[in-house]
Each structure stands twice: as structure tokens, then as C-alpha cells.
Design a protein around this ligand. Structure first.
Ligand SMILES: Cc1cc2nc3c(=O)[nH]c(=O)nc-3n(C[C@H](O)[C@H](O)[C@H](O)COP(=O)(O)OP(=O)(O)OC[C@H]3O[C@@H](n4cnc5c(N)ncnc54)[C@H](O)[C@@H]3O)c2cc1C
Length: 420
């Protein structure tokens, strides 16, 4: 009989196992992949963006509970050190022997290798004699009053307490599946509707002409002429839609709108990615000055934007890209300027789970005790990480949540173990 069995050997599960193991619990960590932390290796483009020195609970979303800032702050509250979440992450990884560096507030391992994080974690698990089962997928959990029976296809394990750290449905090749949601549902939990998140957005428009183009832009998500959220950075046009970190940042809100069967727009400002309008004003000045009248409109636009985008913008305004500036009526040129400042795309879907860094929605946090992460429905069951209905924006917020929720569950399981 184990004191604690943890299902899922990702960021949350491993951090939980280390915490409980350090506190002396007899721990079993079960992972369906052939190695631990498979998703961790892929994070931050292989560099693992662990946390962020700019910590604001508004960097997280939740689909249902209006009170979720309060809940997240309790999950992040370290009763012992009072350290902020980013400091807690740095302390935890430092205890594993990992040094970190900051790049514009984004915190990475100094090695710039995600593998260094996984290896340090696995070394600690082995040092603590945590039992690890790889290639073992849990398909059923039964609560038997004083213990849990946890079953894979071929085996059954007994444990006094259980942590679910199965993660979300994204990136099946790295372990993503619906398994955690199914197990939680079977145990009586409510699953808020899940959807891909931190992903690209599919659009109605035909983007064949501009697929592959990248452009520094300011983007805003609109619904019924209202701005819902904004972001800026390198926008990527693909065959099916819009991608890039700036799009990932608004994908949680876009997904929530699509879930309500409404259709938002993304409006792209290709001329300025701040609020100064400097480039836009320069553009207006130049089309009014006659100095460039001898150039083709596509060539002239290419002084400001990618030539394929220039062609696309002309096409949208029914202007021949080969026409000379002097041949185009001023009104049409101003219309073109408006297009570059506010190019609108109709969003009709999210990219698939296999191209989404995260899954939004999940186990309802109203059914979890936020001080302990213990289920309010099943005694001795804890739910952590991406499986919960919390999603963060890019920048290390999701690993912060996964790791700290794992640590909190490990500590809570220890406290309960001592009081039994
Ligand atoms: C490409 C990519 C890049 C990312 N980059 C960053 C980044 O730089 N910074 C950041 O903060 N976040 C990043 N994220 C998000 C981050 O990786 C996740 O939020 C985080 O890994 C979630 O941790 P978790 O432990 O909850 O789930 P996971 O890390 O997904 O771990 C869950 C584990 O459970 C296992 N499992 C599932 N079901 C079962 C079962 N039934 N039995 C046994 N095992 C099971 C899975 O195989 C998996 O190993 C990235 C995600 C992706 C996909």
C-alpha cells in the first residue's frame, strides 16, 4: 500500500512526487509514456520558460468561476515562505541544483536546455527512492473508503491518497489525452467544456497569397465592434489562419467566444505595434507628397510591409498592384492606408489540439479546496496542473501553475497523512 500515488509524470506530477518524497511519504509515480516529462522537454522551444518575474493573476483564465483570482491566489499562497509564485519556482528548481536566468522577465534554466530541468527532477526522484512506473496508463480509479484502487490494463495499485496530474488533451505525441477528464468525471467531478488554447486561429478568408509571411503587428480581438483583448508581436499568416505568440495570447478569449457560437474578428495593425501611429502618419505623408508617384503601388507598399501583404492589401481594395501611385485616386489610397492599419479577419475556429500548447477548461475549480487542492467530492484525491480549469498566457505562467499546484498537493497529502 502506497501513501500517495500520482498519475501523470509531467511538471505537476513530478513536482508533487518530489515534495511528498522529501516529506517522507511512500510515493508511486505512474506515467504512460516511456519517459518522464516528455512535454517538459518541448517547452519554451526546448529551453523551458519556467516562470516569469512579472506575476499578475490576470495572466490566467478560467471558464466558469467568477471568483477564480481568489482561488488561484490561495493555490499560490505558500504558507511557509510567503514567497511570490515566481520566487517559489526559482527556490524549487534551485533546490534541484538548477540555476536560472531572466530574459525580459522570462525565466529559463541557465543551461538554456529544458532537458536539464527534467534530468534534475528525475535525479531527485531517484535519490528520494520514489517508485516510478513508466509505460503504464491508468484506466480506472475506485475509491474504497480508506484507500484507492488504481488500475492499468494489467496491474492494480493500492494507495491511501491519490493525485491526478494527467495534464490536458494537447499534443498527443507528448502525452496529451482525455484520460484525466474521464477519470475525474467518473469520480463525480464536473468538467467545464474543454478546447485548444495557446494556439492559432482559423479564418474564413483565403490566405493563400500571404501564407508563410510574418509581420510585426498589433492585433486586437473584436466582438460586435468591442475590443476584447489586444496583443502585439510577430504575427504569422498560414494557409488556414493566423498564428504566432501574439495570437496565442488572445486564443483563450477567442476560444471562449467561439464556444458561445459567436464569431469574433482579429484586426491587425501592420503599420504600428504601439499606440503612436508614427508609421501610419509617415505613410499618409508619403502618399500625399507625390515624391513616390512614379513607383508601383506594390513597390511603394513594400517600403512598409512584406510584398505579399502589399499584393493582398491591393487585392482587398481592388487596386492593380502594378498601377503607379499617380494613377490611383487619393480616396482609394486612404482606403488602402485604413486596410494596413486595420486588416480584419473573421475567426471561425481554433487550431487543433495537436497544434495547441494548452487545453482550456477542465475540472471545475469550484469542486477543489484551493488551500489544499483536495477534491471536495472525493476524500484524499487531489487534482493538479493543466487538468484543472485554469489556463495561463505564454510566458511561463502555465508551468508555474503546474509546478506549484503539484507542490501544494504533495504538501497537503503529507499533512493529511500525518493527521490520519
Ligand atoms: C510545445 C509546448 C511548449 C510549451 N512551452 C511552455 C513554456 O515554455 N512555459 C510554460 O509555462 N508552459 C509551456 N507549455 C505548457 C506546459 O507544458 C503545460 O502547461 C504543463 O506541462 C502542464 O503540466 P501538467 O503536469 O499538468 O501536464 P503534462 O506536462 O502534460 O503531464 C501530464 C502527464 O500525464 C501523463 N498521463 C496522462 N494520462 C495518463 C494516464 N491515464 N496514466 C498515466 N499517465 C498519464 C502524460 O503522458 C503526461 O506525461 C508548453 C506546452 C507545449 C505543448
Amino acid at each position: 500500500m502506497y501513501d500517495l500515488c500520482i498519475i501523470g509524470g509531467g511538471a505537476a506530477g513530478i513536482s508533487c512526487a518530489i515534495t511528498a518524497g522529501r516529506l517522507g511519504l511512500k510515493v508511486l509515480l505512474i506515467e504512460k509514456n516511456n519517459k518522464l516529462g516528455k512535454k517538459l522537454y518541448a517547452t519554451g522551444n526546448g529551453k523551458c520558460n519556467l516562470t516569469n518575474d512579472y506575476m499578475d493573476l490576470k495572466m490566467h483564465y478560467n471558464s466558469a468561476d467568477k471568483n477564480y483570482f481568489h482561488i488561484i491566489s490561495k493555490i499560490y499562497d505558500d504558507a511557509f515562505s510567503k514567497a511570490t509564485p515566481n520566487e517559489q519556482i526559482k527556490e524549487f528548481v534551485a533546490s534541484l541544483g538548477l540555476h536560472t536566468i531572466s530574459n525580459n522577465n522570462y525565466i529559463y534554466p541557465q543551461s538554456a536546455q529544458a532537458s536539464s530541468v527534467v534530468w534534475a527532477m528525475v535525479d531527485e526522484l531517484n535519490h528520494l527512492n520514489v517508485d516510478i512506473r513508466l509505460k503504464t496508463e491508468i484506466i480506472d480509479i475506485t475509491y474504497k473508503e480508506s484507500y484507492f484502487e488504481i488500475k492499468s490494463q494489467n496491474e492494480a495499485f493500492k494507495t491511501v491518497q491519490t493525485v491526478l496530474a494527467n495534464g490536458g488533451a494537447s499534443y498527443a505525441a507528448l502525452g496529451g489525452s482525455l484520460s484525466g477528464y474521464k477519470l475525474c468525471e467518473k469520480l463525480g467531478h464536473t468538467i467545464t467544456p474543454i478546447r485548444p488554447c495557446l494556439c492559432g486561429l482559423k479564418v474564413k478568408e483565403d490566405l493563400t497569397d500571404i501564407a508563410g509571411v510574418r509581420a510585426n503587428s498589433k492585433i486586437s480581438l473584436h466582438l460586435n465592434n468591442r475590443v476584447i483583448s489586444e496583443s502585439k508581436g510577430e504575427l504569422q499568416f498560414t494557409k488556414e489562419g493566423l498564428s504566432g505568440i501574439c495570437i496565442f495570447e488572445i486564443s483563450s478569449n477567442a476560444g471562449a467566444i467561439l464556444q458561445e457560437k459567436e464569431h469574433p474578428q482579429v484586426v491587425v495593425n501592420l503599420l504600428d505595434n504601439d499606440d503612436t501611429d508614427t508609421t501610419y502618419n509617415k505613410f499618409i505623408e508619403q502618399i500625399s507628397s507625390e515624391a513616390h508617384n512614379h513607383r508601383t503601388i506594390q513597390g511603394f507598399l513594400n517600403g512598409f510591409i512584406n510584398d505579399k501583404l502589399a499584393y493582398y492589401a491591393c487585392k482587398l481594395n481592388k487596386i492593380d498592384p502594378k498601377a503607379k501611385l499617380v494613377e490611383i485616386p487619393g480616396k482609394l489610397l486612404l482606403q488602402l492606408a485604413d486596410t494596413l492599419k486595420a486588416m480584419s479577419f473573421n475567426i471561425n475556429d481554433l487550431y487543433d489540439y495537436d497544434m495547441a500548447q494548452l487545453t482550456a477548461g477542465g475540472v471545475s475549480i469550484s469542486e477543489i479546496n484551493s488551500n489544499t487542492l483536495e477534491s471536495k467530492i472525493v476524500n484524499g484525491l487531489y487534482i493538479t496542473g493543466e487538468l484543472l480549469d485554469i489556463d495561463g498566457i505564454c510566458g511561463g505562467y502555465n508551468l508555474t501553475f503546474a509546478i506549484l499546484s503539484g507542490i501544494k498537493a504533495g504538501k497537503s497529502a503529507y499533512v493529511k497523512n500525518q493527521s490520519n
